[in-house]
Design a binder for this molecule. Structure first.
Ligand code: ADP
Ligand code: MG
Length: 702
């Protein structure tokens, strides 16, 4: 061991890590080599300057440390309640340490008389203090403390790792070796001049500090630097990809606004476009005549009129001799698009077809032919339309609706449907916060429709508690008497489909009693129905044959019934904000005043209360998504899971918005000044793209 060690050395060669531990590190933490481990940061630090006395402890304290002597231990309880309880004593009192897992292991280590340092969060019950699953260290006043004794790093570990002595302490020991040996080999990722501008410490120093901080200040410096790096490299990659595309790929040129577009505008469009729609169309028009591929994200609230914009863009493509397609995440939604587009343009205007998984073979074959010979102008479909047999004559534009349900792979597949990649218009179902858009869609240009069509009455939202149910039922009756229709939605609880159905069944019974035949008719739609039955029930509601639609959230996407003016959401506290907003967007589509009634239990969590209050306060999808991001964090927002760009270790899209904006601007400037990264001062960035995988390989497109 020694000179030959480097960052890429497999982890089993690290002193103290054998094959068994190496295997665990790989499986449990994805750590394969020295560098992986070095880049595995502590998730917090324990302030070791202070030792508490047992008497001082209470349930409100965070993680603390105590020194005491073990005076007794016993295993009590049966089965799940089996636990090891240790009595710990210092000169001020006695407390309990409790383990529910790894009993035998702890039992072997801990025995009466042992003096230990205990780390953990105190709980208080009936005046008694205890700590569950504390970290233990055998007190040894003569032992040299590793690292700095004031801020001790804490690493995430797992049960399996802990059993092999790779608890936080064990990992810390390994980090100590790495920091002393190979850390110095880490290469700098941020050019000097940028580091100077933002007073960022060097990479090596930052890594040393994050594992073994000297002081609170130096730790802050390290974290600031590493956050900057995280965001910087993401933006560099995104904006690099964007540049690559605009440089390397020609785009179809939509040179003219032609007959179809003009005819549609003059004779078929039944309303005036909003200013926002006009502005976005202008942006698209500019994009598509430059000879460069368009990659644009279209954000707009439910009902803001994105579909019309998409349709007019498709007409532009058709006018210029190209085909266009829309890809939607579900066949219900694809059908809906077809219907609303047909409704707008009528028959015989252009040739449109639908392709979903359900399209029969024979029809499919005809469709393939019409696509290939170019006689079919617009194809609407699900992901069925990116499958290999689907070949276009000349695809000039691809619209993706509700992008968050599609992965990057699928986007890339659409690209390959034409020699020149088609222009891409990506529409989100609900708006997403700016910081998220900059990260998730940082390689796209962004258009925003921030205005609803004129005359649209804002939906009135009220929140009622369970004991106000009669008011809700009375209101439903009143609206139905006016000829309106009502949605009544139950939550889907992922953990238990059985429970879902129970809720739904109980709900249906109540509603059927409150709204009996023959005066009232009810559609029922839930996940257990087959597609045909679902469609049948929906159609009854769409045609107005039923006045009430009781459903689980399957109606979230795609239903458009302008006469439905009331949305009742049961157990609304169980829904996420964006889901509530989406559901509410199902009403308010006609001329009538629409309402959303949020039913909830009396006992609301703090988050639940914020969610419902937010819904009552505002109809603005952007505001709602900002609140959602703050409440849940980016990892839990729809569409972020499959996106690797959000694997942020330190930076956080809620708290680091300003930093993100700064970094993005810096990278934009950088590419403006030095598009090829040719300057000496940007050399390390150029190397970054030579070494690293720059995301999607667009150049693979034939
Ligand atoms: P989105 O896809 O953004 O949710 P849609 O395009 O489906 O919205 O439009 C919602 C409804 O509003 C549709 O019935 C559409 O015909 C109508 N609409 C769109 N733009 C306008 C407008 N400028 N004025 C009036 N109604 C409009
Ligand atoms: Mg839509």
């Amino acid at each position: 061991m020694g000179a030959e060690l480097n960052l890429q050395t497999p982890i089993e060669y690290l002193k103290g890590v054998g094959l068994h531990k190496a295997d665990l590190l790989k499986k449990e933490l994805g750590i394969h080599n020295f560098e992986d481990l070095l880049l595995f940061y502590p998730f917090r630090y324990i302030d070791r300057t202070r030792f508490y006395k047992i008497q001082e402890l209470n349930g409100d304290l965070p993680i603390i440390q105590v020194i005491g002597r073990v005076i007794a231990k016993e295993i009590i309880g049966e089965k799940q309640a089996r636990r090891l309880v240790v009595q710990l004593k210092d000169e001020t009192g006695v407390m309990e340490l409790v383990w529910f897992r790894s009993l035998s292991w702890i039992d072997r280590i801990v025995h009466a008389g042992l003096v230990v340092i205990v780390f953990g969060k105190p709980n208080e019950f009936n005046g008694k203090i205890s700590i569950s699953h504390p970290e233990l260290e055998i007190y040894n006043p003569t032992l040299k403390k590793s690292g700095n004794p004031t801020l001790q790093p804490v690493y995430n570990s797992t049960e399996k790792l802990k059993q092999s002595h790779l608890d936080s302490k064990g990992i810390q020991k390994l980090q100590e070796i790495l920091v002393d040996t190979v850390a110095a080999q880490l290469s700098e990722t941020i050019p000097d001049y940028i580091r100077q501008k933002y007073a960022l410490v060097g990479k090596v120093q930052a890594i040393r500090e994050i594992h073994f901080p000297a002081t609170m200040q130096s730790l802050d410096q390290a974290i600031k630097r590493l956050k900057f790096e995280e965001l910087f490299l993401i933006q560099l990659r995104l904006l690099h990809n964007k540049r690559l595309r605009t440089d390397k790929f020609k785009g179809a040129v939509f040179a003219t606004v032609g007959d179809k577009f003009n005819e549609f505008y003059a004779t078929k469009l039944p309303f005036d476009l909003t200013n926002a729609q006009k502005r976005v169309l202008k942006e698209i028009r500019m994009d598509t005549q430059r000879g460069v591929q368009m990659n644009r994200l279209l954000q707009g609230d439910v009902g803001s009129g994105k579909t019309v914009v998409a349709l007019m863009t498709m007409l532009l493509a058709v006018d210029n001799g190209y085909q266009a397609c829309i890809m939607a995440p579900t066949s219900i939604l694809a059908n809906q698009h077809l219907k609303s587009i047909q409704h707008l343009i009528g028959d015989d205007f252009i040739r449109i077809a639908l392709l979903t998984g359900a399209t029969p073979k024979k029809e499919r074959r005809k469709l393939h032919e019409a696509l290939l010979d170019g006689s079919l102008n617009i194809l609407i479909g699900t992901h069925a339309l990116i499958e290999d047999p689907v070949q276009f004559h000349n695809l000039g534009l691809a619209v993706i609706d509700e992008q968050h349900r599609f992965g990057v792979e699928q986007r890339a597949k659409l690209w390959r449907k034409n020699k020149i990649p088609p222009h891409m218009l990506v529409m989100t179902a609900t708006p997403i916060p700016r910081t998220l858009a900059m990260t998730l869609y940082g390689d796209l240009d962004i258009s925003v429709i921030d205005e609803l069509p004129a005359g649209r009455k804002p939906i009135k939202t009220i929140h009622l508690y369970e004991n106000q149910r009669l008011r809700m039922l009375g209101f439903m009756r009143q609206e139905i008497a006016k000829g309106r229709q009502v949605y009544l939605v139950y939550p889907l609880i992922k953990e238990s489909e059985k429970l879902d159905l129970l809720y739904l069944e109980a709900g249906i019974e109540d509603i059927s009693t409150a709204f009996p035949l023959p005066d009232y008719r009810i559609s029922i739609v839930h996940g257990k129905l087959n597609a045909a039955d679902k469609e049948f029930e929906m159609q009854r509601f769409v045609k107005g044959e039923t006045q009430i639609m009781v459903a689980t959230t399957v109606i979230e996407v795609g239903v458009n019934v302008p006469n439905a003016s009331v949305m009742v959401i049961e157990n609304a506290e169980r829904f996420g904000l964006s889901q509530l907003h989406q559901l509410r967007g199902r009403v308010g589509r006609g001329a009538e005043q629409s309402y959303c009634i949020l039913m909830s239990t009396n006992k609301l969590s703090a988050d639940g209360r914020i969610r419902l209050n937010t819904m009552v306060r505002t109809n603005d999808g952007f505001e709602i998504s900002e609140t959602d991001l703050k409440l849940r964090g980016p990892g839990n927002l729809e569409g972020t899971q499959q996106s690797g760009v959000l694997d942020l270790k330190l930076a956080d899209l809620v708290h680091d918005q300003e930093l993100l904006q700064t970094v993005r601007n810096e990278v934009i400037d950088l590419f403006d000044r030095d598009p090829e990264l040719a300057a000496e001062q940007n050399k390390i960035l150029k190397e970054f793209f030579q070494d690293a995988n720059p995301g999607i390989h667009y150049n693979k497109i034939s």
